[in-house]
Design a protein around this ligand. Structure first.
Ligand code: ATP
Length: 565
């Protein structure tokens, strides 16, 4: 080996010199060709030119950056929603020749035809015109030239992320802030008409699930004083931050609404959220994988002023599954008003979210108590918890400070049944002469019905004695249904009063009379409001039949309940 190395070392100077001589001769031969020399010069010149071009472009971009304000909005963030909503309201899209036509609601729920802000619509959903993906648009904002571009950027393997880029020709950076503020303001304005409902995803992050039109408080029918008690208490709480701070009391309030299913607990919460302009954050305690730490994380991730809703709080802690045999709500809470597709999607999401998986449920009572009033509990939040099993709740959970106000929701009283009937059929507008006319016609017919065929409804022995009797018989109801039709539609003269609108075939007086009769047919505290609502829904345009068939329906309901036992 040593010999070989020595041999190479001895030969290498000769080889090197011969090689360099050869290279030199090749190079001189090559350079002797004039074309190659020219190519080399071109190469150097081209390189120089390209470098200059790049420098120039860099200078241009740097200079341009001084005159432009540019912002990027990520589709997963709130500002994106604000700006896109604001853009969709911009008149420029009415003139643009390439647009994206969308029914997206920007998290504002289904905007309907009645919506003032709707641009145009064909079905119950409002159409929005949006900048098309990968297209560039120019428009003016406060006399500044603005460029808008919506694009999809790659975010890892097979993952695209939508974003929006806005550039405004201005050296004043505050113009961007002004645009964002304006977009946020217009979004908030639109949001004022709806209640946004958030739920947690598997990573314990809140995500907007849906937005629902506000439910008027007047549509919730409870015994007098209950609604007022709740809404006034919540209002008073929200305006007492300083009072709480001065006394060192944690600024939170908890309400426990309890009672049988379908008595209006969720509806009441939805309505209060609308009245107070708060969003609802649903905490599904029975969600698979929910444990003490994820509940804590969820609660501390809530915004400061919001409604936290824990439904069926007993089931989460005691493992008591709710009684699903009870009458189901006509529409799932918080989903009322959406399209059927949307409802199905949300219902499925809620279902998956709330799927019980006891093997994975690691939530303890102390974890829940800590989350409610521990260090992570949010200041200014209102907690609403609902339960069908008040008795099984742990006293620690119900103590003041956690659940400050306990309100019982009972099965429907006669007063509620009567109010619900009026809510369904009472004609809008004043009780005018035309009404009186129709009313008199009906009254005279009814009187004769009552006197001619008194009480022909067969009384079943299964109906208890305390059950009030309905005066109209099925045959009478048949005649009543054919009672005088509303007067033909007339054109209004200036100054003339509007005729009574929907349910026009009932006058005020008749509606009142029928409402009383209906309430007499409904046994006190036996039916839920949800089941009454379901019943009346079936008679949406047949108010008289609704009264006439009420007794038979009650009997059927009682029999069905008996069978279930
Ligand atoms: N007091 C009420 N006034 C008006 N509507 C009511 C009332 N109670 C129930 N409803 C109607 O019944 C349906 C179900 O009501 P809701 O979901 O609020 O009942 P709930 O008490 O929360 O039931 P659950 O305990 O099963 O959650 C809703 O569509 C609602 O409109």
């Amino acid at each position: 080996m040593d010999n070989a190395t020595t041999a190479t070392a001895t030969i290498s100077p000769d080889v090197a010199s011969s090689l360099s001589a050869e290279v030199r001769s090749v190079l001189s031969t090559l350079l002797s060709f004039s074309a190659l020399g020219d190519w080399a010069k071109l190469l150097i010149l081209g390189g120089l030119l390209e470098t200059c071009r790049r420098l120039l472009f860099r200078c241009r971009d740097a200079t341009a950056r001084m005159f432009w304000v540019t912002a990027t909005f990520d589709a997963h963030d709130y500002p994106y929603r604000w700006v896109l909503y604001w853009l969709s309201r911009h008149p420029v899209w009415k003139r643009a020749r390439t647009v994206e036509v969308s029914t997206r609601s920007f998290g504002l729920g289904g905007m309907t035809d009645d919506d003032d802000d709707g641009i145009e619509s064909t079905t119950s959903r409002c159409l929005s015109y949006l900048p098309k993906l990968e297209d560039t648009y120019s428009l003016w904002y406060k006399r500044r030239y603005m460029i808008v571009q919506r694009e999809e950027k790659s975010a890892g393997f097979y993952n695209m992320r939508e974003c929006l880029e806005i550039s405004i020709l201005s050296m004043d950076r505050s113009i961007l802030q002004s645009l964002i503020d304006e977009a946020r303001q217009s979004y908030k304005e639109a949001e004022r008409k709806v209640v946004s409902v958030f739920s947690a995803d598997t990573g314990s992050k809140w995500k907007l699930m849906t937005s629902r039109p506000k439910r008027p408080l007047s549509s919730i029918i409870l015994e007098p004083g209950i609604k007022e008690l709740l809404i006034n208490d919540a209002r008073d709480f929200l305006s007492s931050r300083k009072w709480y701070a001065d006394r060192g009391i944690p600024f939170r309030r908890g309400y426990l609404l309890y009672g049988p299913p379908g008595t209006g607990k969720t509806s009441m919460i939805q309505s209060i959220a609308g009245e107070l302009g708060l969003n609802v954050y649903i905490v599904t305690l029975s969600r698979a994988g929910m444990d003490d730490s994820s509940l804590n994380e969820l609660i501390s991730n809530m915004p400061n002023q919001c409604i936290a809703l824990m439904e069926d709080i007993d089931a989460a802690i005691t493992g008591v599954a709710r009684d699903l045999s009870e009458p189901v709500a006509a529409e799932p809470p918080f989903l009322a008003g959406g399209s059927s597709d949307e409802k199905a999607a949300i219902a499925k999401a809620l279902h998956n979210e709330g799927k019980r998986n006891d093997s994975q449920s690691r939530l303890s009572l102390s974890g829940l108590l800590n989350a409610l009033d521990g260090i992570g509990a949010q200041e200014g939040r209102i907690l609403f918890a609902t339960t069908n099993n008040y008795q099984v709740l742990d006293p620690a959970l119900c103590r003041p400070g956690r659940m400050d106000l306990h309100v019982e929701f009972k099965l429907a009283s006669r007063y509620q049944a009567e109010s619900l009937y009026k809510c369904f059929y009472m004609p809008e507008g004043p009780d005018d002469a035309a009404d009186e006319h129709v009313d008199e016609g009906y009254e005279s017919k009814r009187d004769s019905i009552d006197s001619d065929e008194p009480d022909s409804e067969p009384q079943s022995p299964s109906v208890s004695e305390d059950m009030p009797l309905l005066l109209l018989s099925p045959s009478a109801s048949q005649q009543v249904t054919e009672a005088p039709r509303p007067p033909p539609f007339k054109t209004l003269q200036p100054g003339q009063r509007k005729p009574a609108l929907p349910n026009q075939f009932l006058s005020h007086r008749e509606a009142l009379t029928l409402a009383t009769r209906f309430s007499e047919a409904i046994p006190e505290g036996e039916m839920s409001m949800a089941s009454l609502q379901g019943y009346l829904m079936r008679y949406k345009s047949r108010p008289r039949e609704a009264v006439a068939d009420a007794i038979a329906w009650v009997k059927k309901e009682r029999a069905a309940k008996k069978d279930q036992k």
